[in-house]
Ligand binder design. Structure first.
Ligand code: RB5
Length: 148
């Protein structure tokens, strides 16, 4: 898959450790910033990355800030994005199976690198279950369309 990644300074270190891990899984990664540990504002990176995923430029996105909360708030304001903030592997698996999440958010100051790798692997490897969950996803899309 084509994966977009972004972070602010609080997620930079974890992002730089995850990029080679995701590439080693056979995916293509595009880093949409930030590009150093200098302090930046997470909306400046989360919105462009989420919009690129929503436009279809990427299959999925991974967004990281200090807690994962700021980037997840931004990403979920972009129509078509279903961003899941995950701190454990089971949530990562279930959000793919049930929510068909297309952006994964994590907190670089909250979880360790090995946990983040396990979460990312589960999230990238798990397919959407479909079935009864299709209608629920459709209701989210309808809500978005009603407000356009
Ligand atoms: C930056 O200090 C921090 O606020 C940010 O990375 C994130 O945790 C916000 O939700």
């Amino acid at each position: 898959m084509n994966i977009a990644v972004c972070s602010d300074h609080g997620g930079f270190d974890l992002k730089m450790k995850l990029i080679p891990f995701i590439e080693a899984m056979g995916h293509t990664v595009t880093d949409m910033g930030c590009y150093s540990e200098l302090s930046v504002d997470y909306p400046d990176y989360a919105f462009p990355m989420a919009e690129a995923v929503a436009r279809g430029g990427f299959d999925r996105g991974v967004a990281i800030c200090g807690t994962g909360i700021g980037v997840s708030i931004c990403c979920n304001k972009v129509a078509g994005i279903r961003c899941a903030l995950c701190g454990d592997v089971l949530s990562a698996e279930l959000t793919r199976r049930h929510n068909d999440s297309n952006v994964l958010a994590m907190g670089g100051r909250i979880i360790g690198v090995e946990t983040a790798k396990a979460i990312t692997k589960a999230w990238l490897d798990t397919a959407f279950d479909g079935g009864r969950h299709e209608g629920r996803i459709a209701k989210i899309s309808e809500y978005e369309q009603d407000r356009e």
